[in-house]
Unconditional design. Structure first.
Length: 181
């Protein structure tokens, strides 16, 4: 594209539901979220992902190959990043060179607000989706009151800080309770 935005007229029909102007991203998001929730909660590989995320040494002692699991985790991450990029392109109906920059921090914030542990090994897709929905409602509220994009980013930063402090408190409380047992 030579660094220029690709206009919507050049986007393939694959982005649209047959016979409509609606993109397929929402339906696909729901299906992928349910499938991944099931995979992480009810399959051996999914449970191994949580174990390796919590502590690779413990996973190794349980007979899980951490290198293979990390390969799987990064492969899944890359695949879902690519799928998200395709859907986001369809949602915007154009492809500027900076596509995605404005959602990077809010995506991180949604995961943290949803309770995903920074230490790894804890969290769920349902909570991450809940964090994203909550952040979307807050975003709509801030846009309605004409809050500047810069102020919204500062607000996201404060929300992430509060969520991190809350998660740290919750995890330290959990750890202290488990030590007493």
């Amino acid at each position: 594209s030579g660094g220029f935005t690709i206009p919507a007229g050049y986007l393939p029909e694959l982005y649209l539901l047959p016979g409509s102007d609606l993109t397929i991203s929402i339906t696909s998001f729901i299906v992928i979220s349910v499938v991944m929730w099931f995979f992480l909660k009810y399959t051996r590989k999914g449970i191994h992902i949580y174990v390796i995320g919590g502590d690779q040494n413990v996973g190794y002692m349980m007979g899980i190959d951490p290198r293979w699991m990390l390969f799987l985790i990064f492969t899944l991450s890359g695949m879902f990043s690519g799928i998200s990029a395709l859907f986001y392109t369809g949602f915007n109906r154009s492809v500027p060179i900076t596509l995605g920059n404005e959602i990077l921090f809010p995506s991180f914030a949604a995961a943290i607000i949803g309770g995903i542990s920074l230490r790894g090994g804890r969290g769920s897709i349902i909570n991450a989706v809940g964090g994203a929905l909550l952040l979307g409602v807050i975003e709509a509220f801030l846009v309605t009151f004409a809050i500047s994009p810069e102020a919204r980013i500062v607000g996201y930063g404060f929300m992430v800080l509060i969520a991190i402090l809350f998660n740290q408190f919750r995890e330290s409380l959990r750890d202290s309770i488990l030590r007493k047992i």
